[in-house]
Each structure stands twice: as C-alpha cells, then as structure tokens.
Design a protein around this ligand. Structure first.
Ligand SMILES: Nc1ncnc2c1ncn2[C@@H]1O[C@H](COP(=O)(O)OP(=O)(O)O)[C@@H](O)[C@H]1O
Ligand SMILES: [Mg+2]
Length: 434
C-alpha cells in the first residue's frame, strides 16, 4: 500500500470537531457517500490505519479540512509499520503444530510462483482434512519468501451445504462477488474501483477460504480478470473446476505423521492409554481417521475421556466408512457427555456466524464467569472449540465449519444417548455434569 496514508492523533481531533459541526456521525452514511468511500474505510481512518491516499483526501475535504494537517507525517515510520503489518489477515494456526504438510506446502508454493501456472488454484478435500491450516501456512511462507507483496484473506460465511451445494434458502446470504470485492477493498484500504489497479500493480495472494459456501463460480469468473500478477488460492470441499482453476487434492496425513500427531497429543494431554498404544492400535486409529487431522483430534478427545483405547476403537469402528459419518458419531458422543453449560455455549456459537468473544458469551448469559474455565476445558478436551485471534490480536473462540453446520442443522437435538452410553456415563469416574 505504497500510496496510502494514516491520520495522526491530533489530526483526528481536528476532523472530529469538523464533523460534529456538520452534525455527522463518525461513520455517517452521507459522509461515506460524499467522499465516495465505505463505512469500513471510514472506520480504518478513525483507527489511524493507512487508507488509500485519494480517499483520505476526499474524507478530509468533505468536512472542509486540509488533509495535510490531518496526515501522519512520519512517513518512514509508516513505511516500516506497513512492512511489519503484512499478513495481518492470515488466520492464526489453531493447532500447536501443523504435522506432515511440508510436501503439500512446497507444491502449492511452487505452483503459485510458476508463471506458466493458472492464476487460481483450488485446494480441495473433505471437511477436517486441514485445508485451511495448510493454506495459512502457505500464506505465511509466501510472505516469508517475499513471493507476494501481501496476502488478502476472505473467509466465506459458513452456510449449510446441502447435497454438495449451498441450499436454496441460503443462496442470498452466501458470499457473492459484491461482498467479496468489498472485503478485498477493505483489506487493501482502497475504494472498490481501485481494487483492479492494486491487484495489477502489486503481486497479491488472495485466499478465499470455504469457497464452497460462496457463490464461487461467479466470484471466480470476475476475479480471474483482475489477476496476474496477483494470484488466488481457494480452499473448498468441492472440486470446483472452471478451465482457469488448477486443482490440488488434499489427502489425509500419511501414516507416520498421523502417529506423530497422536504421540504429541498423548504427551501434551498426558494420556497414558495413547502414549502406551501398540503399533497395531495406532494403525487402527490411523485407518479410522483416514489421516484427517480433525478425526485424529476427535479420537484423542474420546480417548482422553474414556482413558482406554480398545473400547473406543471398537465403538468408533461402528462408524467407519465415510469420514463425515465418523465425525457425526464422534460429535454425538461428545454432545452426550458434555455439561449443559458447555452445550449452551456450543449452541450459541453454532447460531453465531463468526467467532465469539468471551464477553459476548457472558453478555448473552450462556455462561457465567465462574463456570467458564470448566466449560472451556471440556470443550477443548473434546476438540469442539478453537482459539482464534482477530486482526487486532483479541482472543476469540470459533467452531470448525463442520461442527457449526451440524449444530445449525440441529443434528444434535435428534440424538438420543443409547443405553450403553448411559451406562458408560454413569460409570465415568470423571468430574463431568451430564
Ligand atoms: N497438519 C495438521 N496437524 C495438526 N493439526 C491439524 C493439521 N491440519 C489441520 N489440523 C487441525 O485440524 C482441524 C481441522 O483443520 P482445518 O484446516 O480446519 O480443516 P479443513 O479446512 O479442511 O476443514 C483444525 O483444528 C486444525 O487446527
Ligand atoms: Mg477450512
């Protein structure tokens, strides 16, 4: 963002006086309209974040103030900040270590930097195979190696997939080209009309995460015209393949990496049943999970709760086959065993479209401060919630899209604990409210 400026603190005070004379709010619609900008850009302006120079000047002019009095003049400091601020939209990793993806990551990076390659690549595969996690490592690594000027990251809303496509009633909510372009403009801090120019002038990597829950064909048809030198990487459960999209299929982790993940989890959570597992038992876990990291984590959660391996394996083998059947089975058991408070938290998060803050959970009355630590421990033990941070580094909690859509589909409400499970729960010597 070479041609961008931010306001100084004193500058904002001047602007604040000028806008209150006009009786405009800080994100006044009239102001946005007159300055030909968006609320999001105006918000950035108020937060002293860099925005497009032209827009900055218009924002100041509209309230009758000379922009030069408002701009932060420490140009060098700005430039330095911008360099360290690259990659702010890339989500943080949700696991302690991303196991066994080095080859895949190199392959994607090579294809993204190959001038002969198509400008859009799609990383596709079932839920929980680690597409988002791999894409975020690719994005960080791409910046580390200076392959791109910056990474723009758009996460499509996590609407329900029905028979492999977004359901009719969600069609209108699904991220469309207009929403997508708006988000890109916001991340570039420029007006929508200048996105094309920015993407042509500098080499950006645009990641569209959960592409299957967006109006992907339309987005890609528009986006492809703006790429080169910029590139795009999608993560998608579907094998979207217009002729201008290169496909990369993600596989489960290889056997050896699945074992490493399991051993590391065993050690971290102090699960002797897992750290003492025989090779034959580990192989059964690997087979059941298909090497999908989400499945491996679900199994770890279950073993942690049961403190035994063989009974868990036998129970899980009932659900073997499709990995999503396996997830369903795992979530069903977890749901039966967690406390009502943890269920309340999950229910609330399932209805929410994005990650939540703790304050939001308290305000919504889903959990009290004194109960939170216990509920969080439970939810994390079963691998049901994920720690995430927003671009400003605030702690938030999120759900894997598969878990969110299961909660939304009210799958969990139709599940009845089996007698066997009641017995199991009754026998459980652990401190869990049922
Ligand atoms: N290689 C890996 N090693 C360890 N954990 C992983 C790995 N890949 C993914 N995970 C974890 O597994 C879960 C599912 O991964 P995610 O990237 O969300 O899958 P997808 O995007 O394919 O649905 C996340 O909690 C993630 O942190
Ligand atoms: Mg994902």
């Amino acid at each position: 963002m070479a041609d961008s400026i931010r306001a100084s603190k004193q500058g904002l005070e001047i602007i604040d006086k000028a806008r209150s004379k006009k009786r405009w709010g800080r994100q006044s619609v009239v102001w946005c309209k007159d300055a030909n900008t968006t609320e999001a850009t105006l918000k950035r302006f108020w937060r002293n974040l860099p925005i497009d120079r032209e827009t900055f000047i218009k924002i100041c002019n509209t309230v009758g103030v000379d922009w030069e009095k408002i701009a932060d003049r420490e140009a060098d400091a700005i430039a330095n900040l911008e360099i360290t601020q690259r990659g702010v939209f890339i989500p943080n990793s949700r696991c302690r270590r991303v196991w066994g993806r080095d080859t895949l990551i190199e392959l994607i990076l090579n294809r993204l930097s190959d001038p002969q390659e198509l400008s859009i690549l799609s990383l596709s595969g079932s839920a929980g195979y680690g597409k988002t996690e791999a894409a975020s490592v690719v994005a960080k690594e791409a910046l580390q190696r200076n392959l791109f000027a910056d990474v723009l990251w758009v996460t499509a809303r996590q609407t329900e997939l029905v028979d492999g496509c977004i359901s009719q009633e969600n069609q209108f909510d699904a991220l469309n080209w207009h929403h997508f372009l708006n988000q890109i403009a916001h991340q570039l801090a420029c007006p929508i009309e200048r996105v094309n120019q920015h993407l042509r002038e500098q080499k950006y990597l645009i990641v569209l995460d959960n592409a299957e829950t967006s109006q992907v064909e339309n987005i890609l048809a528009n986006l492809v015209k703006m790429l080169n030198p910029s590139r795009a990487l999608l993560t998608s459960r579907l094998k979207t393949k217009p002729p201008y999209v290169g496909l990369i299929q993600i596989q489960g982790l290889e056997e050896e990496w699945s074992y490493k993940l399991l051993r590391d989890e065993a050690e971290y959570n102090n699960i002797s049943a897992l750290s003492e597992a025989s090779n034959e038992q580990l192989y059964r876990v690997y087979k059941l999970s298909c090497g999908a990291p989400l499945a491996l984590h679900f199994i770890v959660g279950r073993i942690l709760d049961d403190r035994a391996l063989d009974p868990v394996l036998s129970a899980l083998e009932q659900a073997s086959g499709e990995v999503e059947e396996f997830y369903k089975f795992s979530l069903e058991i977890a749901w039966q065993r967690i406390s009502n408070i943890a269920k309340n938290v999950l229910g609330y998060m399932g209805r929410s479209d994005a990650s939540v803050t703790l304050l939001e959970l308290f305000d919504a009355g889903k959990v009290q401060e004194c109960e939170w630590n216990k509920a969080k421990r439970e939810l994390k033990r079963w691998y049901l919630i994920e720690d995430v941070q927003d671009a400003k580094g605030n702690q938030r909690y999120d759900l894997h899209p598969w878990i969110r859509s299961s909660l939304r589909g009210e799958l969990v409400n139709t599940w009845q604990p089996s007698l066997q499970d009641f017995e199991q729960i009754a026998k459980s010597k652990f401190d869990i409210d049922i």
